[in-house]
Design a binder for this molecule. Structure first.
Ligand SMILES: NC(=O)C1=CN([C@@H]2O[C@H](COP(=O)(O)OP(=O)(O)OC[C@H]3O[C@@H](n4cnc5c(N)ncnc54)[C@H](O)[C@@H]3O)[C@@H](O)[C@H]2O)C=CC1
Ligand SMILES: O=C(O)[C@@H]1CCC=N1
Length: 270
């Protein structure tokens, strides 16, 4: 890939994507331009990678063909206003900013600018993300394919309509937080049974990763896979009943719904 990739915002999400892309060797670090308002974030990356730490968001926009915006929602407007004049017509702006719609971005950098909204998640750090992609009408199928090809090196990708980005945010963007809480609780249960915390985390994390891998690779329904574990009159079904009695599924659904609603609020939807 000969395109130069820019990152504005080098926090948890920006760095997870960046590390994943470099680890995949999809493009050399020398083709990556980065900027963060806190210079130490760029300097830290420079210690590990031969990438280009630039002095402003403007420079990243000027020197890059694909520009990732990975700042918080409250900071994106200032960034877009700053880079607007530096963007070439051919530049693709990739926003990972939750709740900020394509229209909101176009209102600042123009309706002719190529924009792809992406909802990634932090497993990008280990090339195991799920990223949704939503292009505006200026992005050609070939350009979308280029951005998708880049994101495929950090995990799975799915092109979705913008109406589904709220859900992608709740399940994919925020989902890892709920999974980590689940892993923590699984481990607590094992610690209660006498396992060391270190052992419990290993068992809990591998069980979640293995179960997810089993589902993705067999394409089986999660209910069927759950039934495979529940021996008739056995042990697991006792735990399943306890979870049902404690509204486990409703609790998870409500958590995702809360994120969807917050995302809608950020987008100015009621
Ligand atoms: N953390 C996550 O799991 C996910 C985050 N996102 C989105 O990614 C974006 C970034 O989130 P995080 O990385 O978690 O936040 P963060 O706070 O860790 O990183 C944001 C970075 O942007 C920098 N920044 C702020 N204003 C700037 C400016 N004007 N110019 C350049 N850099 C600036 C900050 O110094 C910071 O390093 C957010 O919009 C969030 O909605 C999306 C999916 C998942
Ligand atoms: O919590 C947040 O706002 C960001 C967006 C999705 C995951 N983290």
């Amino acid at each position: 890939m000969e395109q130069r990739i820019g990152f504005i915002g080098l926090g948890n999400m920006g760095c997870a994507i960046l590390h994943g892309i470099i680890a995949s060797q999809f493009i050399p670090a020398s083709q990556i331009n980065v900027y963060d308002i806190h210079p130490e974030n760029g300097e830290k990356l420079k210690e590990s990678y031969d990438l280009n730490v630039l002095a402003s968001a403007k420079e990243v926009a000027k020197e890059s063909d694909i520009v990732f915006i990975a700042v918080k929602p409250q900071n994106i407007n200032e960034v877009l206003a700053e880079i607007q004049k530096e963007l070439k017509k051919s530049t693709v702006v990739v926003s990972v900013v939750a709740g900020v719609t394509i229209k909101m971005i176009e209102a600042i950098i123009g309706y002719e600018q190529k924009i792809v909204r992406v909802m990634p998640n932090t497993p990008a750090l280990v090339n195991s993300a799920i990223c949704s992609l939503t292009p505006n009408t200026e992005v050609s199928p070939e350009e979308l394919l280029t951005v998708r090809g880049l994101l495929n090196c950090i995990g799975l990708t799915e092109v979705i309509p913008e109406s589904l980005v709220h859900s992608a945010t709740g399940v994919g963007g925020s989902g890892p937080a709920f999974v980590f809480m689940f892993i923590e609780a699984l481990a607590d249960g094992a610690v209660k049974g006498g396992m060391t915390r270190k052992q419990a985390y290993k068992f809990a994390a591998q069980t979640v990763m293995g179960s997810a891998k089993l589902m993705l690779e067999t394409n089986k329904h999660p209910g069927e896979l759950k039934d495979m574990v529940c021996s008739p009159g056995g042990i697991t079904i006792e735990g399943v009943q306890t979870l049902e009695q404690n509204n486990f599924r409703a609790a998870i659904m409500n958590a995702v719904e809360a994120c969807v609603n917050r995302s809608k609020q950020l987008s100015g939807e009621k």
